[in-house]
Design a protein around this ligand. Sequence first.
Ligand SMILES: [Fe+2]
Ligand SMILES: [Fe+2]
Length: 325
Amino acid sequence: MKLPNIRLEVMNTLEKSMNELSAKYLKPIEENWQPSDFLPDSRDPNFFEKIKELQELAKEMSYDLWAVLIGDTITEEALPTYEAWLMNIEGVDQENENGWSKWIRAWSAEENRHGDLLNKYLYLSGRVNMREMEVSTQYLIADGFDIGTSHDPYKNFVYTSFQELATNISHRRVATLAKKAGNNQLAKMCGVIASDEARHASAYIEFVKRIFDLDPNEIMLAFDDMMKKKIVMPALLLRQSGGAIGSLFSHFSDAAQRIKVYTTYDYIDILESLLKEWNIEKIGGLNESAEKARDYLMALPNRLRRISDRIVVPEKQYEFKWIGI
Ligand SMILES: [Fe+2]
Ligand SMILES: [Fe+2]
């Protein structure tokens, strides 16, 4: 189905502000943190001492915390999937110095540091079966992933707003748990990643805000559609060697729920914060179907809360091939 052309007009209007928005939400490359800022330098004569220290600090972390950290890393490492998907949005053009494609490239370049840092940390930690993790990563990228947004910029930016908030929460919580386990080093790493995610979330939230100013009816319907379908997590098709496509996701997500790194209540909190950010309750001049969508969205947090109260997370830890020898 061809999308109405108004979306393209809106994208072209916003495109004119992309230099300003990139300067506001992305950092100059040479001032930005890099993975090596947080890892031992292999040229250092004390390198092996530092690795020992790093491995010592990693000893007190729980099994579920490792599972979540590795799953988060694999999710970050599947960045090619997300970049390719975003490049396909209507209004994004890789030719002609289009501001949108510049944004996506610069955003990907920042995101690329996340998987890079975590991957190197996990390799040095002495706790991870790297081959198994790499097999899962290659599978996740090769299997691809349907975000459920088609080429629609509105749905995509609702998705990315949601997703950046979700990753902010999960990295921040892993940082807190690592700190509690005495691992300040890892806590710092997850902390800087979380603050990147928060900055990215603010950017996508502003894109959607600007779309609400220009085309409130259609963006309301896009938000409604995304929430009705549910925001699917990028690790949905996760698997490990020998396993069927997607068979590992529920175990990964159960581990995250058990240690409260990312729960169904976080999903609801994110929804509520987006309702507030975009001032959904007070947006005026909507047509009938957008009004209906607004009513659905405003009632959704309470509905989801009632369902979540009935969800029971299995207590038993799942055995991941990623962890241990
Ligand atoms: Fe990230
Ligand atoms: Fe992100």
